[in-house]
Design a protein around this ligand. Structure first.
Ligand code: AMP
Length: 137
């Protein structure tokens, strides 16, 4: 699938748009979702330009999932999350809204998830949660 390098996450990766970051290295960025479906909703993205999981080279996918696990552990520790939903939408038909592959970590239950990307969260509260997650890494 053709990659649009003007998509929101590509612009966040180039620091053209702000994000509340919790982790960054050479290959991956993790930051807070702006419209969280639960407190602590975090996104993990590879820096590789790929639209969906299906476009992502296997080595980048393998590394990204290691960081997904690392962030999930930090969310569990920082927020006392008893369960974390890992969600990955590939394709607009699946509900994907941002065309750069990303993994959602949502400390919630599948039975309690709200409407997807529906409401802007309280940014100050999100910053506080991000600090807690960072401290637990
Ligand atoms: P998806 O529908 O799987 O593509 O998810 C995209 C996610 O990105 C949604 O949960 C949005 O709330 C989130 N999102 C959109 N714009 C931003 C942004 N500027 N910063 C952080 N998260 C965002």
């Amino acid at each position: 699938m053709t990659y649009d390098d003007q998509n929101i996450f590509a612009r966040i990766l180039r620091n053209e748009l702000p994000a509340i970051k919790v982790y960054e290295d050479e290959y991956v960025l993790a930051f807070m979702d702006i419209m969280p479906q639960a407190d602590g909703h975090t996104l993990v993205i590879p820096k590789t330009p790929a639209v969906t999981l299906l476009d992502l080279p296997p080595d980048a996918a393998a590394y990204t999932i290691q960081i997904v696990q690392k962030i999930a552990k930090a969310i569990e520790k920082a927020l006392g999350a008893e369960g974390i939903v890992l969600m990955q939408l590939s394709g607009t038909a699946a509900g994907q809204t941002v065309p750069h592959v990303h993994f959602h970590l949502i400390p919630s239950s599948v039975h309690e998830l709200g409407k997807h990307a529906a409401q802007l969260g309280d940014q100050e509260k999100i910053k506080t949660l991000a600090e807690k997650i960072k401290a637990a890494l």
